[in-house]
Design a protein around this ligand. Structure first.
Ligand code: C5P
Length: 296
């Protein structure tokens, strides 16, 4: 089982709703950085985690993958006694929806293991109860998200885009970044991402230069306020000839768009020397959503 990371090519955040979530308009884009999960029947529900940031994740019932198993078992009437082995490739608390990828992977894995035969839409319904980004981790590709991000429409586009992701030292809490955005809005006007027309037109045209210029994220200023060193990292994209740079979701991962694969290799090497980056990863998008890669 593997499930991809996501970037938000466009993210405009509306007001906070009575349920505590913000109304969003976003363009999700799944990229080739994956979490891998295996699931097998066992005496009890258990979880092991290895890889990127493994030590920072809970191994108990609060882990999103474990929550996904329980939510699906409740829906299907199956026994949630499953041994999960998770290998992280997606940074933890990085704004790339790693937790949602794990939940999506667990839903697809257990659906296959138990032969439940739920449709993708039914799995997405269960997933939406676990986190706003879980339906997209199942969907993959490029999609317009509305509501709190769980209502999806596929976006038609051309081409593959070469990204370089700069992983920062330490994560950012998503609620804290949303709170910071609200606080900034109370204290005066802030720039807003507006509507996603520019990003959608660039994707339709398959034009990376247009896409680079259209990238925007309302959470970016809030993430930079909480992690001021991101400002220099974002600015370095221009110096290095990136077509665009944007904070991914609530950050602190920054995504740089390269002209092509060769440029991405050079960009990744240059960014690796930047002192704000813990590490860099190259990833192409779009890629498919969570899917089974091997059954035994
Ligand atoms: O849905 P998810 O668990 O990813 O959301 C984590 C937190 O991010 C929420 O508790 C909320 O504080 C914030 N959030 C939000 N509006 C959204 C999505 C997330 O305020 N549309």
């Amino acid at each position: 089982m593997r499930a991809p990371a996501k970037l938000n090519l466009h993210l405009s955040v509306g007001p906070r709703r009575p349920d505590g979530f913000h109304e969003l308009t976003t363009v999700f884009h799944a990229v080739g950085l994956f979490d891998e999960l295996t699931a097998r029947r066992a005496g009890a529900l258990s979880l092991t985690v290895t890889g990127e940031g493994a030590a920072d994740l809970p191994l108990d019932a609060t882990n999103l993958a474990a929550q996904a198993v329980c939510a699906l078992a409740e829906r299907t009437g199956d026994d949630p006694a499953v041994a999960l082995a998770l290998h992280k490739g997606i940074p933890v608390a990085g704004g790339c929806a790693g937790g949602s990828a794990d939940a999506a992977a667990a839903l697809v894995a257990c659906d296959a293991l138990w032969g439940s035969g739920l449709s993708r839409d039914e799995l997405a319904e269960v997933g939406a109860g676990l986190g706003s980004d879980v339906p997209f981790a199942l969907h993959g590709g490029t999609a317009l998200g509305t509501g709190r991000g769980e209502r999806l429409t596929a976006v038609l586009g051309h081409g593959t885009y070469s990204w370089v992701l700069a992983l920062a030292e330490g994560g950012l809490s998503t609620p804290a970044v949303y709170d910071e955005l609200d606080r900034r809005r109370e204290h005066g006007p802030v720039t807003v991402a507006g509507d996603p027309a520019g990003v959608l037109a660039a994707l339709r045209a398959g034009d990376p230069a247009l896409l680079g210029r259209a990238l925007s994220n309302d959470l970016q200023a809030a993430a930079v306020a909480l992690r001021p060193r991101l400002r220099a990292l974002l600015a370095s994209g221009d110096d290095l000839g990136a077509l665009g740079a944007v904070v991914s979701g609530s950050g602190p991962t920054v995504a740089f768009l390269a002209r092509d694969e060769t440029h991405a290799v050079a960009l990744a090497a240059a960014l690796a020397g930047h002192d704000v980056c813990r590490s860099v990863r190259r990833a192409d998008g779009p890629v498919p959503g969570a899917r089974v890669v091997r059954t035994r």
